[in-house]
Design a protein around this ligand. Structure first.
Ligand SMILES: Nc1ncnc2c1ncn2[C@@H]1O[C@H](COP(=O)(O)OP(=O)(O)OP(=O)(O)O)[C@@H](O)[C@H]1O
Ligand SMILES: [Mg+2]
Length: 276
């Protein structure tokens, strides 16, 4: 790349998909949103920040291809460029995760010191990276050092909520963490939206929970709802995101709708400065 181009290189938009509750649809949302955006011609990078490595597996990245992982960037100061892998999907790249991540020190005092590692390593290497338009971070089910690093780097947060009885449980703790990060390390951090997932329209409870969540969080909730859909859950075992495994299933259609809403919300934020 020419020196001149490097100077004028636009920073990507960073989005964390966060909820410390397990199994609410974080990874499924990252994979399907990132794939749909990549299909629209944008260059997209996924950072797998979960020791489970579900985003990496879901894109068919084999264990032997994960010798270098997000762990090496966070702990050993490895250059991001050396860790990123191209996926089989055009325009889609991933920084894979492996089990090593589970050994990262979760000690709170340590977190403060280490909260900006990911941000700094992007700052230091961005000029040499491909021109990414979007970077999605798949966070682990914990408010730990990995999630905090993702929040410090993010422009936006997407919070998936499983449409079940305890949907809002834990959200206040997450909101407190977001506020703390805003007050300290990342003033620009914004919630792009809360996403209802695994919605079962045959179940009255889903409707009640939707009403409850919308009346509590108002405009913060995406209009798009992700239904419970078996194709979405089958897709990772074929190393494909649902939107490619079965483009016409209701789950894929919902994620395509979400992508359109994602672009609208992003634009609204960048042009007006605030959503709510
Ligand atoms: N809309 C959906 N319909 C049916 N199954 C789904 C849907 N979304 C996710 N799943 C399935 O539910 C399980 C949990 O989803 P996912 O892995 O995306 O959640 P997660 O929040 O990333 O979990 P973790 O906290 O463990 O990282 C997976 O088996 C996934 O395939
Ligand atoms: Mg996950």
């Amino acid at each position: 790349m020419q020196e001149q181009d490097k100077k004028h290189k636009k920073a990507p938009t960073f989005i964390s998909v966060v909820n410390q509750k397990g199994g609410v649809g974080k990874t499924t949302t990252v994979l399907n949103l990132a794939t749909t955006i990549a299909a629209s011609g944008k260059k997209v990078l996924i950072l797998d920040l979960d020791a489970q490595g579900n985003a990496s597996t879901g894109l068919g990245i084999l264990l032997e291809q994960r010798k270098l992982s997000s762990y090496d960037v966070l702990i050993d100061n490895e250059n991001i460029q050396n860790v990123i892998k191209k996926t089989n999907i055009e325009n889609l790249f991933i920084m894979p995760a492996n089990q090593d991540l589970s050994s990262i020190d979760m000690n709170l005092a340590e977190i403060e010191k280490k909260a900006s590692i990911l941000k700094n390593s992007f700052k230091n290497t961005n000029v040499d990276l491909p021109n990414f338009d979007y970077v999605f971070m798949d966070c682990p089910p914990a408010l730990n050092m990995l999630t905090v690093n993702a929040l410090v780097l993010s422009n936006f947060i997407i919070i998936p909520l499983q449409t079940e009885f305890f949907a809002l449980e834990g959200l206040s703790q997450l909101m407190i963490t977001i506020k703390e990060i805003r007050n300290t390390l990342n003033k620009e951090l914004k919630i792009l939206g809360v996403l209802l997932t695994m919605y079962d329209k045959r179940n009255n409870l889903s409707l009640q929970i939707e009403e409850d969540v919308r009346s509590t969080l108002n405009d913060l909730v995406f209009n798009t709802i992700i239904p419970r859909n078996v194709k979405l859950s089958e897709a990772p075992s074929f190393s494909l995101p649902g939107v490619l495994y079965d483009q016409k299933c209701l789950g894929s259609i919902a994620y395509q709708k979400l992508t359109a809403e994602f672009f609208i919300r992003e634009k609204r934020y960048f042009s007006k400065g605030a959503l709510t």
